[in-house]
Design a protein around this ligand. Structure first.
Ligand code: SAH
Length: 259
């Protein structure tokens, strides 16, 4: 047994937005090499069964416990994979693993940890409509489960005021029904009414749905937990096309005098 195997190995693997064709070759290899895979049940369901490979499903809110269990398993010498949708470093398990290593027993620092990137939702949604992230942009989670709402409001004001295109992750949930409407109201105060807005739901899955609209008309009720929203900047443009979704893009050259 090699030294690496005795120390254990933990891969934190991004599965991409949904379609298996979006899985990177590196992610495919890491999954194939795993003795055990830990993750949220619906993500594990995306992976074809593999003989001899154990699967440990846990709830979405059990991330710390999942990370601890995976690290314990890896220190036993196993090759363990933890999976996230999209990219594991974007509002997902990679940060949880780092946090648990920082606060856990010293033996967890000896585990060989590999973060395997994936196609994050904002890139998958952007690609469906053109290039809305073609110039400066940022990603913001609207979830106030792990940070206070007033901080989210301050960040919305700051980034919209600075002219960034904004990718909104976690726009809504049953427990957070009003936050997206409040975010749109705030954005309408500092961005022009025709600012393009893209709703991308379940991209790469059977029930994918893409909608292009404007900030003035953006319907917050249209979003659910599987939706990623891109709010353009004052420079983002919509190019109408007959019989097709419009192209949405943010020019690479700064055009406006302000922002
Ligand atoms: N690590 C993931 C993000 C996890 S946060 C990634 O990199 O994509 C969960 C949020 O991601 C959802 O609320 C939604 O906003 C977005 N999301 C994840 N998968 C998506 C998909 N297939 N289509 C649209 N949005 C998605």
């Amino acid at each position: 047994m090699s030294v690496e195997a005795r120390q254990g190995r933990l891969s934190v693997v991004g599965l991409g937005p949904g379609d298996p064709s979006c899985l990177t070759a590196e992610a495919r290899d890491a999954l194939a090499a795993a003795d055990a895979i830990y993750g949220y049940g619906p993500y594990l369901d995306r992976l074809p069964p593999r003989s001899g490979q154990m699967r440990y499903a846990s709830d979405n809110r059990q991330e710390i416990l999942r990370a601890q269990a995976a690290l314990r398993h890896a220190t036993d010498g196993a090759a363990v994979a933890v999976v996230s949708g999209g990219d594991p470093g974007v509002f997902a398990m990679a940060a949880t693993i780092c946090e648990v290593v920082e606060t856990g027993p010293d033996s967890w620092r000896a585990v060989d940890i590999a973060i395997v990137p994936g196609v994050t939702a904002m890139l998958a949604v952007a690609a469906r409509v053109g290039a809305p992230l073609g110039h400066d942009f940022c990603a913001l989670s609207l979830s106030d489960n792990l940070k206070p709402w007033d901080l989210i409001e301050r960040r919305i004001d700051a980034v919209a005021g600075a002219g960034f295109v904004i990718a909104l992750y976690n726009p809504t949930s049953h427990a957070r029904p009003w936050q997206l409407g409040a975010a749109f109201d705030r954005l309408r105060r500092c961005l022009p009414a025709p600012t393009p807005v893209v709703f991308g739901r379940a991209v790469g899955r059977m029930d994918e749905d893409i909608m292009v609209t404007t900030l003035a008309e953006a319907p917050s009720a249209r979003a659910d937990m599987a939706t990623l929203i891109i709010v353009g900047s004052a420079e983002t443009r919509i190019v109408a096309r007959p019989g097709r979704l419009p192209l949405v893009y943010t020019p690479r050259t700064h055009q406006c005098a302000s922002a």
